[in-house]
Ligand binder design. Sequence first.
Ligand SMILES: Cc1cc2nc3c(=O)[nH]c(=O)nc-3n(C[C@H](O)[C@H](O)[C@H](O)COP(=O)(O)OP(=O)(O)OC[C@H]3O[C@@H](n4cnc5c(N)ncnc54)[C@H](O)[C@@H]3O)c2cc1C
Length: 145
Amino acid sequence: MMNPSSIDSFRHAIRGVVLCPGDEGYDAARAIPNAMIDRRPAIIARCSGAADVVACVRFAREHDLVVAVRGGGHSVAGKSVCEGGLMIDLSTMKGIRVDPVRRTARAQTGLTLGDFDRETQAFGLATTLGVVSKTGIAGLTLGGG
Ligand SMILES: Cc1cc2nc3c(=O)[nH]c(=O)nc-3n(C[C@H](O)[C@H](O)[C@H](O)COP(=O)(O)OP(=O)(O)OC[C@H]3O[C@@H](n4cnc5c(N)ncnc54)[C@H](O)[C@@H]3O)c2cc1C
């Protein structure tokens, strides 16, 4: 059990949303496409930016918490959600900047393949990704399926 005052301090330390069991949105946030995975993190942090991620890692280290990192959530084995511990949910980080002159894109880790395609195709650009549009660019970039 986490000390409630530590969780309160954590809520104030990040710009994103912190969800605990019983909070509205908690069950939706812990659900992943593979419905056979039914794990209950002690805390879910829906990050808004890199500073939130830093705060999450620091908090997990201070409290010796197991950590799971969620991008698109398509790991079939459910690697993006942990039982107890801290789920660092990056699916809300969906920023992307396309440079049509250099033909490059800088994309945040929460984008799905569909999100990425939509923004790059607006400039007539595309890059090699997967087939299913709801898969995350993060997990796919880090190793794919
Ligand atoms: C329906 C379906 C279709 C698929 N189609 C394809 C395909 O066409 N081509 C292909 O190559 N693969 C495909 N895959 C496999 C898919 O690419 C991998 O499962 C990929 O890891 C999913 O990435 P994600 O971000 O959605 O998943 P997640 O479960 O969120 O992440 C996968 C792993 O990466 C870690 N991770 C995520 N984000 C970060 C981060 N920012 N930093 C550090 N670690 C992170 C997670 O902790 C987890 O261990 C498919 C999978 C499914 C279920």
